[in-house]
Design a protein around this ligand. Structure first.
Ligand SMILES: [Zn+2]
Length: 242
């Protein structure tokens, strides 16, 4: 049995994510392939959705005080809706503005380290997992810099998914300035420690006031979620063809 991700199906998913968002239709039309993965593959896969930071660790902060952690959660929850609607199992690393550290952690540094270890345990404890980690960027030295960028970890299959997600993001989000998917820096603990393929998406720049406004809008968050979902499915299907 083959699950067909039809244009109509993902359009319905987009509607479920955000009924007001209509700009994705032309984009999806160009993205969605025919059969993309078998039912057994879909059943075996769990996408771990990881909204970066949380609790005392707000992550990057815009000049007017918008914290990365809240945007990460909102976008990850939209992704969860889309992926579940498409029949993919998901697991969130957090579903509220919290750090998931263990009780014995006391200092902020200990809590952050414990939180990251817990996230690694979640991913590595799920057979057939893949990680989608959602973050926001910041580059105060260049406030005009904007756009979404995907990074892959060293596990097999991650690069293909990141490149495909980047391609979708370039069409839907980075319309005037394409970005290139890149390998993640080895200093990023979660991406280095997991044994599953991982893609980290920096959805936009909180150092850019205009993009910070967009990132808070439901329509833009939906556009990001739809692009990441479409790129994910396309990357998966390309893997099956090779
Ligand atoms: Zn971050």
């Amino acid at each position: 049995m083959i699950i067909v991700i039809s244009k109509r199906w993902l359009l319905l998913a987009a509607a479920a994510c955000c009924i007001a968002f209509l700009g994705s239709t032309a984009f999806l039309e160009s993205q969605i392939a025919k059969p993309v993965f078998s039912a057994s593959e879909a059943a075996a896969l769990t996408v771990v959705l990881d909204p970066g930071h949380g609790g005392e660790d707000g992550g990057a902060v815009s000049p007017d005080g918008v914290e990365e952690s809240g945007l990460n959660l909102e976008i990850a929850l939209r992704l969860q809706e889309l992926l579940r609607f498409s029949g993919v199992k998901t697991q969130m690393t957090r579903i509220a503005d919290v750090s998931i550290h263990q009780e014995e952690a006391r200092t902020i540094q200990e809590k952050k380290a414990s939180d990251l270890r817990q996230r690694v345990e979640i991913v590595n404890g799920i057979p057939g997992a893949m990680l989608l980690s959602i973050h926001q960027n910041s580059l105060p030295s260049s406030v005009v810099t904007y756009g979404a960028q995907a990074f892959w970890n060293q596990q097999a299959g991650a690069e293909r998914l990141a490149v495909s997600i980047q391609d979708a993001l370039n069409q839907a989000i980075n319309t005037h300035r394409a970005k290139e998917a890149k390998p993640i820096a080895s200093t990023i603990y979660l991406m280095r420690q997991i044994t599953a393929p991982g893609v980290l998406v920096e959805c936009g720049f909180l150092s850019n006031p205009e993009e910070t406004l967009r990132l808070q809008q439901a329509g833009h968050q939906c556009r990001l979620a739809v692009a990441i979902t479409a790129g994910f499915f396309k990357g998966l299907s390309e893997g099956n063809e090779s």
